[in-house]
Design a protein around this ligand. Structure first.
Ligand code: ADP
Length: 182
């Protein structure tokens, strides 16, 4: 499913984010930036050790205590088709009264802001926080799509935003939400 927001195409598809040929893909990382399971594990294993090398450098220089929730940093894409990986950290779901919505929205907006800063025009997102971090996917889809639409309404430079959903259930959920928001 596609939509156009302020000249930018939003695409929802089901698939594997590590196979996307957008200029950047976004990683749902954890604060250590040292890799993990889920989409993080898939990106590091397909992208190779150069990504982890740059993550270590970022820890040493910018974020010695670990990256804050909602922030984003960029590394090479290593052996991936994407030139860059943008690593962001979504919130762990804690019931909804711990600022989760704002933090999840920040993860999307800060990733997009970093992409614009780097001159990136096409970017793929996974469904941040809805795996190990336990965010209900219906709620997360609303925050994610609103954050992206809001960002695109206020910023130029991005040509295409893809959401690469890992299951057909997640794809249907995002499609339903996008239809409601348009
Ligand atoms: P988080 O810790 O932010 O919840 P996870 O990686 O556990 O991150 O899950 C986030 C989402 O990414 C989940 O919906 C999961 O199914 C999905 N996912 C896992 N592997 C991939 C992949 N290769 N491509 C796209 N999405 C993926």
């Amino acid at each position: 499913m596609d939509a156009i927001i302020n000249k930018t195409k939003i695409v929802l598809l089901s698939g594997d984010i590590t196979e996307q040929e957008t200029e950047a893909i976004v990683n749902a990382a954890n604060p250590t930036l040292m890799g993990g399971g889920g989409v993080d594990g898939a990106i590091h294993s397909k992208g190779g050790p150069e990504i982890l090398g740059e993550c270590k450098l970022i820890r040493q220089t910018l974020w010695p205590g670990g990256i804050a929730t909602g922030e984003a940093v960029a590394t090479t894409g290593g052996r991936l088709k994407a030139k860059k990986v943008i690593h962001t950290v979504g919130p762990v779901w804690g019931g909804g009264d711990k600022g989760e919505d704002r933090l999840l929205s920040n993860a999307y907006k800060n990733s997009l802001a970093l992409a614009v800063e780097m001159g990136i025009k096409t970017i793929s997102f996974p469904s941040i926080s809805t795996g190990a971090y336990g965010y209900p996917v219906e709620k997360a889809s609303r925050i994610a799509l609103r954050a992206v639409m809001d960002f695109l309404g206020n910023n130029e430079g991005i040509r295409e935003v893809r959401f690469v959903l890992h299951s057909s259930h997640d794809l249907r959920t995002y499609e339903k939400t996008l239809t409601e928001l348009m």
